[in-house]
Design a protein around this ligand. Structure first.
Ligand code: COS
Length: 389
């Protein structure tokens, strides 16, 4: 992602258009996205038309080159709609573009950035059946064979897996674990490569339409030019750097969706009457509304602070982890309060409060669980302390 981004006027105009698009096109399309378990084709075409998949492609490769802080404002807006829409585009604009920008060869950038600008759905394949938090423990193997690599393994819970147009696959290029996790390398693999197949859409607790699934590699033979950056052993660091940005994006998603959830709770509270008056007049309901507003404001401040630092080119691993933990934990609390404010109706599937409750739960899990991120934060605190004494 660029450090400068679009000029303020152009960006503000784009954000206004996007806000309208989210409310007028995405929100009304939610029932269809749930029914089809993916973004409906016509909406996907409109998202591509708006260039949403290539927003962060750097200007020197023909993209608008949004800066990190601008990009996160986009995510805050998209996340007002059901997660399906953000999920389809944000792997391309987030983790994938970051990984390509930071670590791809020139040839890879020239091959893959145009695909993103054309709206390619992409996938980041790190997690496996036996490795989630312990991402360096992956088993997928890439073995060099002349000018080729041959990959074998299974990737699990891969966002957009069943619909990917290309995949960034993390695999081990050494059977043994190496210091600094240098046994992990990244590979760019187009869909349709023989031996690469995808599983069914996973059945999940929530987030209907935001699809995940297995990506299976059976003797997938790719030219050595598919090795990310052309160097073995750099994949883990690429993944971690890309995940720093990914965590900011998940935080923005959790905040954007929390705004929607709170708006829904507030509307219901002003309409629903009990004891002869709207329940928004009762102080215990007001406390739930107010606490939610306070937390959203705090999370927005954290996000914008970390985003500005990232846009200045600073490493934000610790603060990205802080805001991801805070915003994801917050979103589940706000969704819980929303159910409480809806009361009996909140437990019924026909009201949106029930869906919000299920949808938000995963924010505390994916792209780093709260517990792994606590480890990341504490480790960096100890390191800073040791360096200071
Ligand atoms: N930016 C740049 N470099 C980073 C980095 C970051 N954010 N995080 C780690 N590194 C580097 C380290 O500096 C180290 O390099 P050196 O050997 O040159 O010093 C190397 O990567 C190994 O780092 P570390 O020793 O911290 O790795 P660990 O094996 O201890 O793993 C955790 C760290 C557990 C934090 C990591 O595996 C992790 O984040 N797991 C969660 C993964 C995840 O989010 N999965 C969700 C699925 S992806 S959708």
């Amino acid at each position: 992602m660029s450090n400068t981004g679009l000029d303020a006027e152009t960006f503000d105009a784009f954000l206004d258009t996007l806000k309208r698009f989210v409310r007028e096109r995405l929100v009304p399309a939610e029932p269809r996205a749930f029914e089809e378990d993916f973004v409906p084709d016509d909406i996907l075409a409109e998202m591509r038309e708006m260039g949403l998949f290539g927003l962060t492609v750097p200007a020197e490769y023909g993209g608008p080159g949004l800066s990190v802080d601008q990009y996160l404002e986009v995510i805050l807006e998209i996340a007002w709609a059901a997660p399906a829409f953000r999920s389809a585009m944000a792997i391309s604009t987030g983790i994938i573009t970051t990984a390509l920008t930071l670590d791809a060869t020139e040839e890879q950038k020239r091959e893959y950035f145009p695909k993103l600008l054309n709206g390619a759905i992409s996938c980041f394949c790190l997690t496996e059946p036996d490795s989630g938090s312990d991402s360096a423990g992956l088993k997928t193997r890439a073995v060099k064979d002349g000018d080729y690599y041959v990959l074998n393994g299974t990737k699990r819970y891969i966002t957009n897996g069943p619909k990917g147009e290309f995949y960034l696959v993390m695999a081990r290029t050494s059977a043994e674990n190496l210091p600094g996790n240098r046994h992990v390398s990244g590979f760019l693999i187009p869909a349709g490569t023989p031996g690469l197949s995808v599983g069914k859409h996973d059945k999940k607790m929530g987030q209907r339409g935001a699809i995940t699934g297995d990506v299976i590699l059976e003797d997938v033979r790719i030219p050595a030019s598919g090795l990310l950056g052309g160097v073995e052993g750099t994949g883990f660091k690429t993944a971690m750097k890309a995940l720093d940005g990914g965590r900011l994006s998940v935080a923005a998603t959790a905040i954007g969706y929390s705004r929607r959830i709170l708006a829904s709770a507030l509307k219901y509270a002003t309409e629903r009457k009990a004891f002869g008056e709207p329940i928004s007049g009762f102080q215990l309901v007001q406390a739930m509304l107010a606490d939610s507003r306070i937390e959203i404001y705090a999370a927005e401040c954290m996000l914008r602070d970390a985003a500005k630092a990232a846009a200045r080119g600073e490493r934000v691993s610790t603060n990205a982890a802080c805001v991801k933990v805070f915003a994801s934990e917050m979103a589940t609390k706000i969704a819980d309060r929303c159910v409480q404010i809806y009361g009996g109706a909140g437990y019924m599937a026909e009201y949106e409060a029930e869906r919000f409750y299920r949808d938000t739960r995963v924010y505390r899990i994916y792209e780093g669980t709260t517990q792994i991120l606590q480890v990341v934060i504490a480790k960096s605190m100890v390191k800073e302390f040791a360096a200071a004494v």
